[in-house]
Design a protein around this ligand. Structure first.
Ligand SMILES: [Zn+2]
Length: 250
């Protein structure tokens, strides 16, 4: 073999090995989760990275949703704040999320009715309560200033959380207190849903609906998922149900 040809051949073989090695070393893309909470976590990661996939909003989706009805995979109880639209921050399309929005992501009888409808009639398997940083309702409740119109009715729902925290964590002040109230308000809303709604409680105890709670960070675009009290944690509940199912199977 002539030197030039030989050099070319060696080069080509080396390049070939490089390509194969590159393929072997290239990270395999993570599969998109299929479980409800996994889908929301994945969607929010894509949103925060700016790597949005076009959500399902096309004509065919609209036609299917009209003719076959809606089957949302999660109920999201979120604040009305214009900076926290659940469909966008979770990168979801039409028919995916059943959204209940009210200032301070609190629940009252009307909200509970909407949640019950989604759980009982639409069989939504996940309820997410979502707070967010810089929440005006939380701040107003912490400041305790006198408010006009119907605002006192809304803020009243957050006050038990503040009273409890002032008792258990008297050192918390300013931003640290607001941050903690935002988190505890999410947990409190979950507790209120479970305590006040027999429909949701029954579905939860039957393992048909799970809970998750998070705080959305405005600037980062990321949802910080909160640890929920023992017995409400969605994942733990799922594990427990699976264990019980496997025990009863033997
Ligand atoms: Zn808010």
């Amino acid at each position: 073999m002539k030197p030039l040809v030989k050099a070319l051949a060696v080069g080509l073989i080396a390049a070939g090995i490089g390509v194969i090695a590159g393929r072997m070393l290239a990270p395999t893309p993570k599969p998109i989760p299929s479980d409800p909470l996994g889908k929301l976590k994945y969607g929010n990661e894509q949103f925060a990275k700016g790597a949005l996939q076009t959500p399902k909003v096309d004509e065919m989706t609209r036609y299917t949703l009209e003719t076959e009805g809606q089957h949302p995979f999660a109920v999201v109880v979120a604040c009305s704040d214009s900076r926290v639209p659940p469909e966008i921050i979770f990168n979801q399309g039409l028919g995916d999320l059943f959204v209940v929005r009210v200032g301070g992501n609190i629940v009252n009888a009307e909200n509970l009715a909407s949640i019950e409808y989604a759980v009982e009639h639409l069989k939504a398997p996940l309820i997410v309560v979502l707070g967010h940083t810089h929440c005006g309702a939380v701040k107003a409740a912490v400041d305790g200033q006198s408010l006009e119109g119907h605002l006192p009715h809304l803020v009243r729902h957050i006050e038990p959380v503040i009273r409890q925290l002032r008792h258990t964590h008297p050192h918390l002040k300013g931003d640290a207190l607001i941050e903690r109230v935002t988190q505890e308000n999410v947990r409190y809303t979950i507790r209120v849903i479970l305590e006040r709604s027999e429909i949701v409680r029954k579905q939860y105890e039957a393992g048909k609906v799970q809970f998750a709670g998070g705080v959305y960070h405005l600037r980062e675009g990321k949802v910080e998922w909160l640890k929920l009290p023992e017995g409400i944690e969605g994942d733990a509940h799922a594990e427990k149900s699976a264990k019980e199912a496997s025990h009863s199977g033997h």
